[in-house]
Design a protein around this ligand. Sequence first.
Ligand SMILES: Cc1cc2nc3c(=O)[nH]c(=O)nc-3n(C[C@H](O)[C@H](O)[C@H](O)COP(=O)(O)OP(=O)(O)OC[C@H]3O[C@@H](n4cnc5c(N)ncnc54)[C@H](O)[C@@H]3O)c2cc1C
Ligand code: HEM
Length: 395
Amino acid sequence: MMNSKQETIVQNTLPLVAENLSKIIDKFYQILLDENPALKNVFNSTNQKTGLQSKSLANAIAVFAMNYNNLNAIQDMIRQIAHKHCSVGVTAEQYTIVGTTLLAAIDNILGDIVTEEIRDAWAAFYWTFADILIKTERELYLNTPTLNKNQFKSFKIVNKIAEAINVFSLYLKPEDGCLYDFKPGQYVSLKVKLGEYEQIRQYSLSDIQNQEYIRITIKREENYDSDSMAVSNYIYDNLAVGDTLDISAPYGTFVLNPSPSNITFISAGVGITPVMSMLKTLMHNQGKQKVNFIYLAENSEHHVFKQELKSIQGLNLNKFIYYRSPLVNDVINQDYNYVNFDFNDLQKYASQDMEYYVCASDSIVNKINATLTSLGIDKNKIHDEIFQPDGWIIN
Ligand SMILES: Cc1cc2nc3c(=O)[nH]c(=O)nc-3n(C[C@H](O)[C@H](O)[C@H](O)COP(=O)(O)OP(=O)(O)OC[C@H]3O[C@@H](n4cnc5c(N)ncnc54)[C@H](O)[C@@H]3O)c2cc1C
Ligand code: HEM
């Protein structure tokens, strides 16, 4: 914990650190991965190259610095980071390496300005944040079933089927016979060895909880770096029924609120995966609430779970399928309902008694959030997932 003198030092030096934060974080990752190459097995190399992980960490630090005296305001961010950490197997011991490296990066970028007193104050700041995450992660690990020491276990692929162009599902059974319980909307991490290092990626569980298998549904990346194979392509090209994959326990905070309020699901492309699990769960539980299901796709060839969606009955459900460019043979009100989604259409679905669950690309999710809040929807009723590290824009 920081003492009051350290708090004052952190607040006084915050503008300087904030101004240089992206340089500090880039230096941090450079030192961390150079000095601890084994961590290349844990960090997503694409998020390193694109800078998305650096941005997410820098923004999380800035948000924490502005809110550590009001932790309630940042509970969602803390839980989300902790869930991601547990899904990749972060340990309490690794916080020491990360803390030492972060301070080394601050020293490196800010130079002589960093006196011993300033360094100690930022070390105390780091450990305030770290202790909260470690405690949250310890509780999460205690509540997950026993895995091997790296928090992964082996699953066998029992089915692999095409769902749409470039999208396929894997049905997976644990080799030890023990399936985990999960909440609809959660994801698992999976690990594959690509070249010298392992790579971890997250995939949402796309089916309802059952006693037989878990299902994940993957979109293959078409354009990927030539020097590093995309995990989705690796799995598509190289793994078949009978092969195994190392998979984490389920994690994630984008989950169906158990309250029986009316619901609007909005998803696009492969973003349908977590909401499909939510929708099937509602059907299974014979939910009585009103459910709107809005889905955006290019056309019928890219419409993920097209047939499965048709089989969902028995709910007070309205489906609104939008195609951006329908094919000549796509039939309106059979394959889809509308051409091209206009964000102003959200007016039709905006209602104070609705909870919203949104999963799509960063830009679509941001526009939906902005439109819904401008229509007076309480932010606490909008839940979203993007398939990349969060940017933590907290208003
Ligand atoms: C919580 C969560 C849930 C998810 N659920 C799903 C799901 O259900 N289904 C699903 O398909 N995906 C899901 N994802 C996304 C998934 O984890 C992977 O990110 C995705 O499959 C891409 O990984 P990849 O290794 O195949 O491609 P990557 O190699 O990671 O490439 C991803 C993208 O980055 C681009 N890229 C690569 N290198 C560079 C570079 N140097 N500069 C700029 N751009 C670059 C690539 O062109 C590509 O478009 C989820 C992600 C999260 C965080
Ligand atoms: C106070 C200390 C830490 C903070 C503030 C922090 C913050 C974050 C944030 C903001 C994310 C992105 C979450 C998201 O995907 O939305 C993240 C992911 C991650 N963190 Fe941490 N972290 C800390 C410590 C650690 C430690 C000790 C490790 C251990 C090596 C670690 C490893 C990872 C990994 C592997 C990811 C996923 C990276 C990716 O998918 O690109 N973090 N962390």
